[in-house]
Ligand binder design. Structure first.
Ligand code: PLP
Length: 427
């Protein structure tokens, strides 16, 4: 496939936008080459500026669970646009989406809408601190909760005492309040709790991680976190920005049967418009302004177009529970096909999957950030570009989960498997 126009557009964009993109992963730095400039998308397909048609496995990094330009969402956005695009005043539709979301998600009474997953997680942590009166949080290496300062932290030299910034601009002061544990490793969490007695407000985690490739929690891990939170007066925050309304109607809480205290959302809940949200039971949400002292606000929060898109998406998912099984079946089919293609080579690999999240790691056994980072990136790069050349668009980084959308047909999956069988022989 030719990407001449995309390359030219990227060169032009770099003159005006840092790195040519508005979010770093889009620049293809992890895989090399120039990014694809998309012109439009429908269902499971992307159409780029060079006229190529690609089968899409990122679904805008998750939101487009029913495929691109899902007609009911498109229709409602067009209809609502003519009525005014922002009011900064309460609207009926905010209550409608809140009522529906709360009815679909277990263990929450109220929900507050914001504009991104980053805002949702940042606000959830502030609320947890305000509620518990404690400052520190535990996060897991390799989990991503957006680009708010508290989350851009890596393991510090004294990892049990505090983390250190992994981006210039994040202060040491902020870093000292974020403690870093290892995914699927309860002992690392226990050690942090021991070393920071009565100082930890919350544990924040992606219940199924999607930002170090897809990583599934091992049996007992999330249950163990729940018990540790209960025993130590800490809140358990599930970052369900990826998993919410994707793994099940009630997200990972429902699928895995674990109760979180605060849950954050993004992606699917906005139907492809910029939306995030956080939810909890009344006792916690009552601490939030204007009811309580924990401040949080937004000019465009509850934006009528975003709420209309989100409500339409949630209504569809609420009325079509079969979507989740259909997605899981398609993902299993893809998994089997990829497995078969890779088995015929002598490449070392692991495929991790849950529901409609899946990723191929070119290493054996991936269960945390360290094992994920062992993946052979040279092999991933070749795999990525080989697949792209066959018209299959995978996430341009080994650290990202693939997201299936329900517009994908079994024919699309067969094409993907055929492409993979061809590409893996060249690795
Ligand atoms: N949390 C998780 C688990 C995510 O994957 C992301 C983004 O990919 C975020 C939070 C941040 O969301 P946003 O990019 O909408 O700010």
């Amino acid at each position: 496939m030719l990407y001449k126009r995309s390359s030219a557009l990227f060169a032009e964009a770099k003159n005006y936008i840092p790195g040519g993109v508005n979010s770093p992963v889009r620049a293809f730095n992890a895989v090399g080459g120039d990014p694809i400039f998309v012109k439009q998308a429908k269902g499971a397909y992307l159409y780029d500026e060079d006229g190529n048609k690609l089968i899409d496995y990122i679904a805008s990094w998750g939101p487009m669970i029913l495929g691109h330009a899902f007609q009911p969402v498109v229709n409602v956005v067009i209809e609502k646009t003519t009525l005014g695009t922002s009011f900064g005043m309460p609207t009926l539709i905010e209550t409608e989406i809140a009522k529906l979301a709360v009815s679909m998600v277990p263990n929450v009474d109220k929900i507050r809408f914001v504009n991104s997953g980053t805002e949702a997680c940042m606000s959830a942590v502030r609320l947890a601190r305000g509620y518990t009166g404690k400052d520190k949080i535990i996060k897991f290496a390799g989990c991503y909760h957006g680009h708010s300062d508290s989350f851009l932290i890596q393991a510090g030299s004294g990892a049990v005492t505090f983390g250190s910034p992994n981006s210039p601009g994040v202060t040491q002061g902020t870093a000292k309040d974020t403690l870093l544990a290892n995914y699927n490793d309860l002992k690392s969490v226990e050690a942090l709790i021991q070393a920071n007695k009565n100082e930890i407000a919350a544990i924040i985690i992606e219940p199924v991680a999607g930002n170090m490739g897809c990583i599934v929690p091992q049996k007992g891990f999330l249950e163990g976190l729940r018990s540790l939170c209960d025993a130590n007066n800490m809140l358990l925050i599930f970052d369900e920005v990826m998993t919410g309304f994707r793994l099940a109607q009630g997200g990972a809480q429902e699928l895995l049967g674990i109760k979180a205290d605060i849950v954050t959302f993004g992606k699917v809940i906005g139907g492809g418009l910029p939306v995030g949200a956080f939810a909890a039971r009344n006792e916690i949400m009552e601490h939030l302004a204007p009811l309580g002292p924990v401040y949080q606000a937004g000019t465009l929060s509850g934006n009528p177009l975003a709420m209309a898109a989100g409500l339409t998406m949630l209504q569809y998912l609420n009325q079509h529970e079969e979507v989740f099984k259909s997605l899981a079946d398609k993902t299993s089919y893809l998994h089997q096909g990829l497995e078969k293609a890779l088995e015929e080579t002598n490449i070392t690999y692991t495929i991790n999957k849950l529901g409609s999240m899946i990723s191929v790691h070119f290493t054996d056994e991936v269960y945390d950030f360290e094992t994920s980072a062992k993946g052979n990136n040279e092999t991933f790069k070749k795999f990525f570009h080989g697949m792209l050349n066959e018209g299959i668009y995978l996430p341009p980084s080994a650290f990202e989960s693939w997201f299936l959308n329900n517009a994908l047909t079994y024919e699309d999956l067969d094409k993907t498997i055929e492409a993979a069988s061809k590409v893996v022989k060249t690795l």
